[in-house]
Write a protein that binds this ligand. Structure first.
Ligand code: HSE
Length: 418
């Protein structure tokens, strides 16, 4: 029987995730993984671990021949990229939780893995405790994966739940998310959707072989959602969620975005509350599958790092099957979406850009429309994020054949039916 590899770990970062991993490893001696050194930025800070474990010199970890795995859980994307690059070039396997760094450097990280043949595992970088990356890598063949939609950011889901169910105001809900260790050190990354789109760019790679910088994916956070939007959602029996979505369209290209969305009460994602994340996969023969688990927090995130460490004992590495063994998919930029837009002033909304408008509402303080618009109108200009304007997608928002629907509408009009 093959004996498992002994793991000697150099850990970068001892914050929420790093300390979580330290505690989790203490409780799993069977893993035979030992943290040899921890590199930290601030030596003055009090740590709940023996002082001799810590250093401020990255070389103590990166050039120690006895360390065979570097675990990097810091939140400085540039420093993280330098660490993982040096580690791989020095023959060390890497486990990383740095979503921003991975999403922004995907091509270089792929190249480095090819050059060195070493594993780079990052299960904790998307949906924390849910094993979504390895599932997408191993289980779903390219052709079978019709769509994925997911809640990938715990903090924003927590804030939406606390605001609209527990009636906290935004700043109270955010503070709580920070205190519980869910939010990024710069919470703008969560609130404005950057963290979610970074995770989505990583997942698009493992799901469809797409390698795209997050700035090429349409996204927003929950920063513009207003109480009046929640009231409309309630009237229509919807929930508001920040949903990351990808759908293979008829020509094989993939429509993908991260935007607030109205979710029906019987949708799996409506069930996802607080810091939980959820992923709904639609595949060829299995129909729908739903993955659910904690998407932020110390132990849930550390559990995914632990699972990566365990996989390293068997020399597991991602094969990137969709990228290297199939024809990788491309992102689609030519489709329409149905969206609800609420706003203070009609002049801030380019009504003539909509294919058609299904609902108009003019209130004393807030107005809204629900209509169909081409995504290029959202990519080109940010009018839908500015001047207090809020965009929330309708359930099942993607419309592929807008011309056919227009023709149908026209013939119904001519027949006097509508
Ligand atoms: N800030 C992130 C979130 C942490 O709220 O989802 C987990 O990646």
């Amino acid at each position: 029987m093959e004996t498992h590899k002994q793991l000697s770990i150099g850990l970068f970062g001892f914050g929420v995730v790093g300390e979580g991993l330290y505690r989790v490893l203490q409780q799993t001696p069977s893993l035979k993984a030992e943290i040899k050194k921890v590199c930290i930025k601030n030596p003055e800070k009090k740590r709940n671990a023996p002082a001799e474990l810590f250093t401020t010199h990255k070389e103590d970890l990166l050039f120690d021949e006895n360390i065979n795995v570097i675990v990097e859980v810091i939140d400085d994307a540039n420093a993280a990229f330098e660490i993982i690059t040096t580690a791989l070039r020095n023959g060390k396997a890497v486990v990383s939780a740095s979503k921003k760094m991975i999403a922004e450097h995907l091509p270089e990280i792929l190249q480095l893995q090819q050059e060195t043949g070493l594993p780079f595992l990052c299960e904790s970088a998307a949906c924390a405790s849910i094993p979504v990356i390895r599932n997408l890598e191993e289980y779903y063949d390219n052709d079978l994966l019709h769509s994925i939609k997911a809640i990938v950011n715990g903090s924003t889901n927590f804030i939406l739940t606390k605001m609209f169910e527990d009636k906290l105001d935004f700043s109270e809900a955010l503070l709580l998310a920070q205190q519980l260790g869910f939010a990024e050190s710069n919470p703008k990354l969560d609130v404005e959707g950057y963290d979610a789109v970074n995770k989505w760019s990583i997942l698009l790679n493992h799901a469809y072989g797409i390698v795209q910088h997050p700035s090429n994916i349409l996204f927003s956070g929950i920063q513009n959602i207003q109480l009046s939007d929640a009231i409309v959602a309630k009237e229509k029996q919807f929930e508001i969620k920040l949903v990351a979505q990808a759908k293979k369209l008829q020509d094989g290209k993939v429509a993908a975005f991260v935007l607030p969305q109205f979710v029906k009460h019987d949708d799996h994602l409506a069930f996802v509350k607080n810091e939980y994340n959820g992923v709904v996969i639609e595949s060829g023969f299995a129909d729908k599958q739903f993955f659910y688990g904690k998407g932020a927090g110390s132990f849930p995130t550390a559990s995914a790092v632990l699972s990566d460490l365990s996989a390293l004992r068997y020399n597991y590495r991602y094969e990137y099957k969709k990228l290297y063994h199939h024809t990788p998919h491309e992102l689609h930029y030519d489709f329409h979406v149905k969206a609800y837009i609420s706003f203070n002033d009609w002049k801030n909304v380019p009504k003539d850009k909509f294919e058609w408008i299904e609902e108009w509402h003019a209130g004393e303080e807030r107005n809204y429309i629900i209509g169909v618009i081409h995504v290029k109108e959202l990519y080109q200009k940010n009018w839908w994020k500015e001047n207090g304007t809020s965009l929330i997608l309708a359930p099942d928002p993607i419309i592929e054949n807008v011309d056919i629907i227009k023709l149908k509408k026209r013939s119904l009009e001519l027949a006097g039916i509508v």
